[in-house]
Design a protein around this ligand. Structure first.
Ligand code: FEO
Ligand code: CA
Ligand code: CA
Ligand code: CA
Length: 596
């Protein structure tokens, strides 16, 4: 009873029916078990989750909020025992804290924060490193794991690379310009070939409030990044998040952070050579000559696709020799030409317009204002670049472009062909001669997303794609060890479409190219993050983010608090428990490979 073999698909599973309800669904023949929920203990001394009596101290010993990137670092080469690394991107106060929400004019209103709440929020951000193991066919966290660690918005970190020590990153609390507290809004990420965990700082602008002093030299820089946005109230309690009190702190966020997971006391490093922007992720691959290539998206409408090529080469026999590879290399930004050529333009001080005439006095200046440098280079303005995944099996690279409803007709181009692009698209890159370090390549649109039954949408799924199989808003993605593409989505709104976000299997090769099938879907209000496969393809991890959320336009999918009538109580379904973001682990009931 598989419904795909006839079309030449690389996938054989019976797809899930699209829809919306209070829980998650996976294809028949698979188990999808909750592995780690917000608040779950990560250490022998972790307090039990008590949502009505939360504290920052407890949260620092528990799994954080809004799991996004999920990575797996095998221990002793095993696909059944390893470290799970998980980003905690942001917090949803209205779903986390009891008694702080009211409704005015149909909109949800959240009571002003106090210090205790801010400290919990800061502790719920960051990342988790936790040992996990498969026991009798079921995965479980190992609380006694010696490498278990929580990283938060206050964990001491080091700025490294060209920007470290520059005047523009010195603050009242850090006269060296090298020591930062914490990481913010870590969206997707990556695991390097040498087994470190990289966290991508995305929407850091939301954490700053206040105004710069009149005529401050960083004003144009901050404007380009939307700083301050003031979503969070942390600046009312911590001066470093208030621009009127500390003007340089925003230059210390928007970086790629590298964590050595082999030492739970290691100081995470902000690798400034990879540029400063709203980093979505940092998936990497070793090029033919041993240099390592990181693909980087800047998730904002009309921003750019980048890649970073290390100067040094990867040494598979000496982990320590790789530990500072991310401090030197070349950052490139993509120009997608109309004829299908891809040009990678070096974002390098002194080259082209990146000179003192344009206000750049060093590579540090170029990196702090990566976006302005890319503007000057004439890179292609994209429809919100999200996760970008190199595929070592077929040699291609897949770029998720989630949407851009602000693109006007006159702003369309070959690589962003739809005005008011509500559903996004996926671009496939083929680097010259299959060399990921190449400075030129070819590109084509793999898939224009959206409902193919609505002609005006202009979607390009294959005709074998069913009503369950189409999706919009590609966001995170993964390539399994067979080279098959899996796409997770953010924004399929049940109010519009009667369906939720989920994980889709997308054929990229042969006659089934652009055929998509629904494998897993999330409970109401959630978005789908993760996804990640163990090296043996027998386990997939997916991250269910913000279940039960309806945003500020909350009705009818979010409710004022979890003591009233939430639309879902996923994953516990208990009246005294809130919704809880959680990582779900998927295995095949017969123990076989996923999707085969
Ligand atoms: Fe955090 Fe670009 O999504
Ligand atoms: Ca994302
Ligand atoms: Ca990915
Ligand atoms: Ca997302």
């Amino acid at each position: 009873a598989n419904n795909s073999a006839s079309s030449g698909s690389a996938f054989s599973f019976v797809e899930v029916e699209a829809g919306v309800d209070e829980t998650h669904h996976v294809a028949d023949g698979y188990d999808a078990d909750v592995l780690l929920r917000w608040g779950d203990g990560l250490f022998p001394d972790s307090p039990a989750f008590d949502p009505k009596n939360q504290s920052a101290e407890a949260q620092r010993r528990q799994f954080g909020y809004n799991n996004d990137y999920v990575g797996f670092i095998p221990l002793d080469g095993s696909s059944e025992h390893g470290l799970l690394v998980v980003n905690h991107e942001y917090t949803n106060e209205h779903l986390m804290f009891p008694g702080i929400v009211s409704v005015a004019e149909g909109k949800l209103k959240v009571a002003p924060a106090d210090l205790s709440r801010v400290d919990i929020e800061m502790a719920a951000h960051g990342g988790t490193i936790v040992e996990i193991r498969k026991v009798d066919g079921k995965w479980q966290p190992v609380r006694e794991g010696k490498l278990n660690r929580r990283i938060t918005s206050t964990t001491p970190m080091q700025l490294s690379g060209p920007v470290a020590g520059h005047d523009r990153v010195k603050t009242k609390d850090d006269l060296t310009g090298k020591q930062v507290l914490g990481t913010l809004n870590n969206c997707a990420g990556g695991v390097t070939p040498w087994g470190t965990y990289v966290m991508a700082e995305e929407n850091f602008h939301g954490y700053f409030l206040g105004q710069l002093p009149e005529g401050h030299p960083e004003a144009a820089n901050y404007k380009r990044y939307g700083v301050p946005e003031g979503t969070y109230e942390w600046g009312n309690f911590y001066d470093r998040f208030d621009l009127s009190k500390e003007s340089n702190e925003p230059n210390r966020f928007g970086w790629i952070v590298e964590v050595d997971v082999n030492d739970p006391n290691s100081v995470p490093k902000k690798r400034t050579a990879l540029g400063r922007f709203k980093h979505e992720g940092a998936e990497s691959i070793v090029a033919r000559d041993g240099r390592v290539v990181f693909y980087l998206g800047d998730d904002e409408r009309f921003d750019y696709v980048y890649k970073f090529v290390t100067s040094g080469t990867f040494n598979p026999n000496d982990r320590a020799a790789n530990m500072d590879l991310l401090d030197s290399g070349t950052l490139y930004v993509a120009k997608f030409e109309a004829d299908g050529t891809l040009n990678w333009l070096p974002v390098v001080f002194g080259e082209g317009p990146l000179t003192a005439a344009n206000g750049f006095n060093s590579q540090a200046d170029v990196l702090i204002e990566t976006r302005r440098a890319a503007d000057l280079l004439g890179a292609t303005k994209m429809d919100r670049p999200e996760d970008i995944q190199p595929n070592g099996v077929n040699g291609k690279v897949y770029v998720m472009l989630t949407n851009n409803t602000k693109r006007k007709d006159e702003q369309t181009d070959a690589a962003n062909p739809r005005a008011k692009n509500a559903f996004g698209h996926i671009i496939e890159i083929a680097e010259t001669d299959g060399d990921f370090a190449a400075t030129k390549g070819k590109w084509e649109v793999l898939l224009k997303c959206g409902d193919p039954s609505v002609a005006a949408v202009g979607a390009s799924f294959s005709t074998d794609t069913t009503r369950n199989g189409w999706f919009g808003m590609p966001d995170n993605c993964a390539v399994d060890s067979a080279g098959r593409l899996w796409v997770a989505t953010d924004g399929n709104n049940p109010k519009d479409t009667g369906r939720t976000d989920g994980l889709w299997a997308v054929d990229v090769d042969g006659e089934a190219r652009a055929t998509s099938k629904l494998f897993f879907r999330v409970p109401v209000g959630a978005e789908m993050c993760g996804p990640l496969f163990t090296p043996d393809d027998r386990t997939a991890f997916v991250a269910v983010q913000h279940p039960g959320d309806g945003g500020t336009d909350w009705a009818p999918f979010g409710r004022p608090s979890y003591y009233e009538d939430l639309s879902t109580r996923w994953p516990d379904f208990k009246n005294d428990m809130p919704v809880r973001p959680a990582v779900v682990v998927i295995t095949k009931k017969d123990g076989g490979k996923i999707g085969v």
